[in-house]
Design a protein around this ligand. Structure first.
Ligand SMILES: [Zn+2]
Ligand SMILES: [Zn+2]
Length: 315
């Protein structure tokens, strides 16, 4: 029995994209055209210009061939002190395929929430417009993992946010992911840039298995047919009977994550694969690859349900 993670099955092309970007349409330093040209030069296939509370479909540099994924970033205020907020990306399909938001549609910050669960109407407005909600940078937002979990039905959360790392040293978003996954929630993890200046762009991205149109990319994000990276390539991630196997570009460290199992590291240099036997009855397993420059790539999880554990007979 071989069970591939969704990114590593089917024949769709790989597309490299960034889901979270700011420009002079909100608090970014560079124009949309400059940002699109920069990402195109770096070999990206698609880009979402998610300026704060301002929806965008427009391609400001169509000659680059960049595919623009429609979107914006919405936010709500939770009680202080300090920074305590919820930020959600809203990523949508083409307008003619049921996207309920308009070009340049403006939104307001949702004020005075007492707890994270009260952000449900913001999530529902996003989903109601045919958009995919993405939970942003929980560490920067002062969220607990419980606050992430308070908003059910959000299929994707950020596990790496370049802006948070470079500006604030906040690189622990993936730790929230493990807590959410261990609770039984099926959430996929995305690396994004959230760049506000050109020097923050192109460093954290998703590799998506999709056709070159927004609807296909969104379907891949919803179904986990992608992985995240700051550099390394992941070639395959699968279960073969009772073993989990990951294959990748040459790495210094490869490790698996399933809740409360810290001892799975394989160390290089130049290793290109690793395998482990998941702890019995864990509900998920995922892999991380770290290259010689210290850059990480993250697979999405394979979820290990009761059917899997019933099929794998071992003591
Ligand atoms: Zn944000
Ligand atoms: Zn942002």
């Amino acid at each position: 029995m071989i069970l591939h993670q969704a990114a590593f099955e089917g024949g769709k092309p790989w597309l490299k994209g960034n889901l979270h970007t700011h420009t002079t349409r909100s608090d970014g330093a560079s124009t949309p055209e400059t940002v699109i040209r920069q990402y195109a030069q770096m070999g990206f296939d698609f880009l979402a210009l998610t300026d704060h509370r301002l929806y965008n479909y427009r391609n400001y540099a169509p000659d680059t061939g960049m595919m623009i994924l429609p979107g914006t970033e919405l936010d709500a205020d939770l009680p202080g002190p300090g920074c305590h907020v919820i930020h959600l990306l809203s990523l949508g399909p083409e307008e003619e395929k049921g996207n309920g938001f308009r070009q340049d549609q403006r939104f307001e910050t949702v004020k005075n929430l007492k707890e994270a669960a009260e952000a449900a109407p913001m999530r529902d407005m996003i989903a109601g417009a045919g958009n995919l909600p993405v939970f942003c940078h929980p560490e920067w937002s002062g969220n607990t993992a419980q606050e992430v979990m308070a908003l059910a039905d959000i299929p994707v959360m950020e596990i790496w946010n370049t802006g948070c790392v470079l500006e604030n040293g906040l690189d622990d978003h993936a730790a929230y992911w493990d807590e959410v996954l261990a609770s039984g929630r099926k959430v996929y993890g995305a690396a994004t840039d959230d760049g506000h200046r050109l020097c923050q762009n192109g460093l954290g991205y998703v590799m998506v298995r999709a056709e070159r149109n927004p609807s296909s990319v969104l379907q891949a994000l919803r179904s986990g047919a992608f992985y995240s990276s700051c550099g390394p390539l992941i070639h395959d991630f699968y279960l073969e009977d009772d073993k989990a196997v990951v294959l990748c570009s040459p790495a210094e460290v490869i490790r698996f994550r399933h809740f409360r199992v810290p001892y799975t590291d394989q160390r290089g240099p130049g290793i290109t694969g690793h395998q482990t036997v998941p702890v019995r009855n864990t509900n998920y397993i995922r892999a991380e690859v770290i290259d010689a420059q210290g850059k990480t790539a993250w697979t999405n999880p394979i979820f290990l349900d009761e059917e899997y554990w019933a099929a794998v007979r071992r003591p």
